[in-house]
Design a protein around this ligand. Structure first.
Ligand code: NDP
Ligand code: MG
Length: 383
C-alpha cells in the first residue's frame, strides 16, 4: 500500500491518476488533493477518496465547503500546494499542476524528502539544476510522468551502467504538422486545440500545436538524463506509438512502444518498478500497419530552435522561454493574438532577457516575471 498526494487533481493528469487509484484500491491511499478553480470536481474527489487534506489555490470562502466534507483539513491559496507537497506525510507526491506554479511545489516536496512523480515539466524547464540537485541530495530519482521521458526512463532500466549516446525524442507533430507557415500563423483556437492523438489540458495542447511542448521536453530531457542538447534528436512520428528511444555506443536502439494512453506512464511512476494493468488497450501492430518518421522543422516551428539556443545560453534563458510562452499561450487562448504571434513573442522576450541569472529560486521567479512583462509590452503590436 502506497500513500499519495496529488497536486492538480482536477486536471487531465490528476483525474487519470485518480482513475488508477480507483482501479487499484488495495495499492493506493490518497492523503492530499489540490485543485485551482474547479471546486465542484474537487468536492466530488474528496467525497470519494476521503483525503486528510484538500485545498484550492484559487481560494473560496470556508463556508462554501459542503458540510459532509468538513472531515478533511482545508487549506486555501498557494499554501495549499506547500502543505500537500511537504506537510501531509505520503510515500509519493504527484506534481500535476500546470505551469511554473509547479516549481516551488517540486522543491518543497524534495526538500521534505518526498518521492516526486513529475508530470509538471515546467519545474525542470525553469529550475532544472536546482531540482536535480535537490533530488540528488535526498537520493530519490525523479520519476517522470511525461510520456517521452517515461519511455526513456523505461528503456534505461535495461541499460546497466551503459550511458546512451543519443536520445530520440518522438513528437506527434500536432495538428499543424503539414500546414505551411502562413496558414499556421492564422490558425484558430479551435484548430489549435484539436490534437490528433492525445487528450490533454488546454495549455499543453496549444504547446503541442506550436511544438513548444517539444521545446520544453528537450529541456526537460537535458536535466532528467544529463544529456547535452546536441545529443537529443526530435523525431516527428505522427502515429505516437514509439514514445521515445535511446541509442547506445554499439548502435543498438531501444524504444518503448504502446498506444497513446497517459495512464501507462502515470502508473509506471506510481508503481515503479512494478507493472500492473492500467485499463489501456494493447498495441495491435497489424491494425497499425506502418509507422512513419520525419525530422522536426525549425523554420515552421521556431520553438525547436529556441529550446537549443536557450539551453546553450544557460542562466535563466529557459525560464524566460517558458514564462513568455505561458503568457503568450494564455493570450492566444483568450483570442487576443493570432497563433503565429506565440513564437514571435517568445523570441522577442528571449532576445531581450536571455542574459538573466538563475542562481536560486528568487532569480528564477524574477526572470519569469520579466518574461511575462516583456510579452505584455510586445503584445499590443501583434494583436
Ligand atoms: P490541466 O490544465 O488539465 O490541469 C492542470 C491542473 O493544475 C488542474 O488541477 C488545475 O486546477 C491546476 N492548476 C491550474 N493552474 C494552477 C495554478 N496556478 N496553481 C496551482 N494549480 C493550478 O493540465 P494537464 O493535466 O494537461 O497538465 C499538467 C502538467 O502535466 C503540465 O505541466 C503538463 O505539461 C504536464 N503533462 C501533461 C500531459 C497530459 O497528457 N495532459 C502529458 C505530459 C505532461 P483547476 O482545473 O481546478 O483549475
Ligand atoms: Mg510529452
Amino acid at each position: 500500500m502506497s500513500t499519495i498526494n496529488i497536486l492538480g487533481s482536477t486536471g487531465s493528469i490528476g483525474t487519470q491518476a485518480l482513475q488508477l487509484v480507483r482501479l487499484h484500491p488495495d495499492r493506493f491511499t490518497v492523503k492530499a488533493l489540490t485543485a485551482h478553480s474547479n471546486a465542484q470536481l474537487l468536492f466530488q474527489q474528496v467525497r470519494e477518496f476521503r483525503p486528510e487534506m484538500a485545498g484550492l489555490t484559487k481560494p473560496i470562502p470556508m463556508e462554501d465547503i459542503p458540510a459532509d466534507l468538513r472531515f478533511c483539513r482545508w487549506v486555501m491559496g498557494k499554501e495549499a500546494l506547500r502543505v500537500a507537497a511537504a506537510e501531509v506525510p505520503a510515500d509519493q507526491v504527484l506534481v500535476s499542476v500546470v505551469g511554473i506554479a509547479g516549481l516551488q511545489s517540486v522543491m518543497d516536496a524534495l526538500n521534505a524528502g518526498r518521492q516526486v512523480l513529475l508530470a509538471n515539466k515546467e519545474a525542470l524547464v525553469t529550475g532544472g539544476h536546482l531540482v536535480m540537485d535537490a533530488a540528488r541530495r535526498i537520493g530519490k530519482p525523479l520519476l517522470p510522468v511525461d510520456s517521452e521521458h517515461s519511455a526513456i526512463f523505461q528503456c534505461l532500466q535495461g541499460a546497466a551502467d551503459n550511458q546512451p549516446v543519443k536520445l530520440l525524442l518522438t513528437a506527434s507533430g500536432g495538428p499543424f504538422r503539414t500546414w505551411d507557415k502562413e496558414r499556421m500563423a492564422r490558425a484558430t483556437r479551435a484548430e489549435a486545440l484539436n490534437h490528433p492523438n492525445w487528450s490533454m489540458g488546454a495549455k499543453i495542447t496549444i504547446d503541442s500545436a506550436s511544438m513548444f511542448n517539444k521545446a520544453l521536453e528537450i529541456i526537460e530531457a537535458r536535466w532528467l538524463f544529463d544529456m547535452p542538447p546536441e545529443k537529443i534528436q526530435v523525431v516527428v512520428h505522427p502515429q505516437s506509438i514509439i514514445h521515445s528511444a535511446i541509442e547506445f555506443a554499439d548502435g543498438a536502439v531501444i524504444a518503448q512502444l504502446g498506444v497513446p494512453d497517459m495512464r501507462v506512464p502515470i502508473q509506471y511512476a506510481m508503481t515503479y518498478p512494478e507493472r500492473l494493468p492500467t485499463g489501456s488497450k494493447p498495441l495491435d501492430l497489424f491494425a497499425l500497419g506502418q509507422m512513419t518518421f520525419e525530422p522536426g522543422d525549425p523554420v515552421r516551428f521556431p520553438a525547436l530552435r529556441l529550446a537549443v539556443e536557450c539551453l546553450n545560453a544557460g542562466g535563466a534563458a529557459c525560464t524566460v522561454l517558458n514564462g513568455a510562452n505561458e503568457a503568450a499561450v494564455a493570450a492566444f487562448l483568450r483570442e487576443e493574438i493570432p497563433f503565429g504571434a506565440i513564437s514571435t513573442l517568445v523570441e522577442g522576450a528571449v532576445e531581450k532577457l536571455c542574459h538573466l541569472p538563475a542562481n536560486n529560486l528568487d532569480d528564477i521567479f524574477a526572470a519569469d516575471a520579466a518574461a511575462r512583462a516583456a510579452v505584455a509590452e510586445l503584445l499590443p503590436a501583434l494583436r
